[in-house]
Design a protein around this ligand. Sequence first.
Ligand code: ZN
Length: 498
Amino acid sequence: MPKIRFGAILGMPEENEAHREFAHALGIPLTGSGSASGRRRRRPSRRRQGGDGSHEKKGLSGTLESRGLTEPYIDYKLHDWVFDRQRFWGVPIPMVECEDCGSVAVPEDQLPVKLPEVDQLKDVNDGENPLSGFDEWIAVDCPACKKPARRCVDTMPDWIGSCWGHLRCLDPGYANAIAQPNHLQRWTPANLCVGGIEHAELHLMYVRFVSHFLADIGVTPRQEPYRRLFNQGRIRSQESELGSEEEVSRRGPRVIASEYLDRYGADALRLHLLFMGPPQDHAEWSDEGLKGCARFLQRTHEAIRGRIGQGKFVSRNVLVAKHRLIRRVSRAIRTYRLNKAVSAFMEFVKLLRSDEFSPEEVDKQTLKTFTILLAPFAPHMAHELWDQLGESGELTAEAWPEHSDELLQPTEVELAVFVNDSLVDRMTVELEATKNQVIDQALELSSVRNRTGGRSADRVIHVPDRLLKLVFASAEGETGESKDDVASNEEPFFDPKA
Ligand SMILES: [Zn+2]
């Protein structure tokens, strides 16, 4: 039997001479689904006929099993992995090795096992755990038979904590279990896990294993740790050649965040990272972008401070701008487009710094709302501003602002104004303006008057929200008609937005 080794699970006797001989030798009947020429006839599968396919598989493996040709075997992709580490640090594995009893777990009332307090590590043989030199720590009575036994000297890998740390965060002070049952019930699984694609291979497998294990032994109510996984992109750098040679060749040049932290602060660095683009995309590192964010924070500080104590009321303009900011930032967080939130802050600060908002019309509540929204993005700056605003309450305890949809409905619209076929102007009209009001407003425009001498139009084409076209007949005699009689909503023959 050439080319068939262990692991072959399915032969097609109709397809292959060798398989056919094999089937004959073992008395496996041919089902006749193919011809001798090797061409297989198409037959609708059971799945297509409405079955779920599982009993077909069961039938096939069932037949083979009943003949003693195969036996069921489940093969997991996740094989055993090395868990113990020969390190002097890490979480000790709470097991005791007893000559009579074998491996015995340390009883719960003796947990946690703590590492020995030592000043100096002892020399040990190559490959042995550095802790194996501390006999006093290692010597312990077997929890089962009480005879002298030895502690397991190895420690757990560093990533084990990240497999259940999110559960402990729910209730870090609780002594009797990983967390109180109502917390676990309410908060698990986590809505979102953020990690690079490299986590799909390692962390995700470990955390799911641990999570299933904890659920299986009844410690937690849910098997899956997360509802959703978000893979953020990588930040790459062409200009920076930092990092060891090995690191550079393995992952490309790196950017050392700590150096930028010292120079520009955590807020600027965080803001820059968020502003680089959608978080799922890879991005190129740029020092210039970081400097820009640092400058923006500086301007923000000046703009807010400059307006403290100036505001006397809040104008509709400011209110609309504030609610638009709330909506944009909230939506950016919800949709994970955090770069758009940073853009929204930048536009708002630009308004604050411009003459568009007078000192009187920006009230304190607007500045407070801005600061609350900024807090997750630039917490240090936000807390500083909160303090400057004279607020004594906890900034992070403030409720997240909500926008008013009603306020953000547009009340005005811009129309393109045509005289015959020429675009002569643009004008802003109230959304609720009637057609005649719109026409009157257009006729008042100096750009229109210059061309028409104040005449009434012979014909008017009004496409609400888009354009107004005043048509003047060239012949003098046709100008006497009232605009009201001829005004129409017919489609224009030229669409400026097409
Ligand atoms: Zn024992």
